[in-house]
Design a protein around this ligand. Structure first.
Ligand code: AMP
Length: 395
């Protein structure tokens, strides 16, 4: 980890603005999933423990520069207060008099949550005046919102050049450590499992991972574009016709880098993607698929993938192995989640669906690192620089 972290900064008695990701679902004024809030607690508690006054800034939803009552962070302030067992002051505007007044009331160790950053259109436009207004509230800036680090916004990138000192929060540091190690110095064998709907959504990631992995396991609908290119029967399965050539390039790249690229050998097929539809197990080369859709990997594939996960030293997984939202088609994805739980390898899981599958399988605590930033982790693994991270000073 080459970026300065909050632990490298002198924050005692200082005002520390922490950019967090409190973009959480709210229903009827209540937070319905507080995973992201809990994920920020270590950094907040660390700053409080150092005697800093903590100022939290986040976006919520897409208010597009307008004040929207249903996207206020007010309910999050209440929720955070009950989680931490301390009062959380809420400022009804993230800049200006309201923010300053709330800060003036806060004592060292106290916590202030600013209103939704995206109530100002200047946030997403990365406008300098807005960055300066945010920066003027604090002595130190800390970025702990990995999920928005791939966006160059005022609160993630612009602000950094206007504060005295800046660093990564504990959550961002962890993400950089795990995802960075994966690309730079992984314990081998390194296995990547990529699934989900489309090759197109994960093209950059696949290509970049081929430079570092030993084995790449493909699952989900994206396997069918590979099968089609190989001339195998795909029936009505999801195929990206315009990416046939690209899958050929991926296979060439894999052999150039000596990567073992594996596709499913059996699958579950159905006429309609519906829990009540009859389904059948076929081998991948069975031509009787005709009018049916491949919706999950079969047991032979599951056990082959599980064996590879078992023998690995590092495994990264992004994307489900099938239409896991429907129980009957979730077996392959859940089997993989369980394999990830029992292996002694370092396991890293990213992407909302894979995280949901891990949670459905009840093995969240068995995974080494759950990457919170969906888009940001894909861009990072795709080899892109994340503006909100790149702008942070080095150690
Ligand atoms: P992604 O966002 O690209 O990771 O795709 C996730 C979605 O892919 C999930 O909603 C799955 O239901 C869907 N998916 C996975 N496998 C298949 C498949 N064989 N056919 C259709 N959809 C699939």
């Amino acid at each position: 980890m080459t970026k300065r972290s909050i632990k490298d900064l002198d924050i005692s008695g200082k005002r520390v603005l922490i950019r967090v990701d409190f973009n959480v679902p709210i229903d009827n004024g209540k937070v319905t999933d507080d995973t992201r809030i809990r994920a920020a607690l270590p950094t907040i508690e660390y700053a409080r423990g150092q005697g800093a006054t903590v100022l939290l800034a986040s976006h919520l939803g897409r208010p597009k520069g307008k004040v929207c009552d249903d996207m206020t962070l007010g309910p999050v302030a209440n929720h955070l207060s009950s989680l931490m067992g301390v009062p959380v002051l809420f400022a009804s505007n993230c800049i200006g008099g309201e923010a300053k007044a709330a800060l003036d009331k806060a004592v060292p160790g106290g916590v202030v949550l600013l209103e939704n950053l995206r109530f100002h259109e200047e946030e997403e436009k990365n406008e300098t005046g807005f960055s300066k207004a945010l920066a003027s509230l604090a002595d130190v800036y800390v970025n702990d919102a990995f999920g928005t680090a791939h966006r160059a916004h005022a609160s993630t990138e612009g602000i950094i050049s206007h504060v005295h000192s800046a660093g990564a929060g504990l959550l961002v540091s962890l993400e950089l450590e795990y995802l960075g190690n994966l690309l730079d110095k992984p314990a081998r064998p390194l296995v990547a499992i990529i699934g989900g709907a489309k090759v197109s959504g994960k093209l950059e990631v696949i290509k970049n991972l081929l430079k570092s992995v030993d084995t790449l396991l493909i699952g989900g609908a994206m396997a069918y574009t590979f099968f089609k290119r190989r001339g195998l029967p795909v029936g009505q399965s999801l195929v990206e016709q315009n990416l046939l050539k690209e899958t050929e390039l991926i296979e060439e790249l894999a052999s150039k880098h000596n990567v073992r690229l594996l596709l499913p050998t059996d699958h579950i097929v159905t006429k309609t993607i519906d829990a009540k539809a009859t389904h059948e197990l076929l081998t991948i080369n069975d031509p009787s698929i005709v009018d049916r859709i491949g919706v999950d990997i079969g047991p032979k594939t599951s056990s082959m993938y599980a064996d590879i996960v078992q023998a690995a030293e590092t495994v990264v997984w992004n994307g489900p192995m099938g239409v896991f939202e429907i129980d009957v088609f979730s077996k392959g994805t859940l089997a993989l989640a369980k394999a990830m739980a029992v292996t002694t390898a370092t396991t890293i899981v990213g992407g909302g669906d894979s995280i949901a599958a891990i949670s459905k399988a009840g093995v969240t605590n068995e995974i080494t690192h759950i990457s919170t930033g969906g888009g940001a982790s894909l861009e990072f693994l795709g080899g892109r620089s994340l503006p909100g991270i790149a702008a942070l000073p080095d150690k």
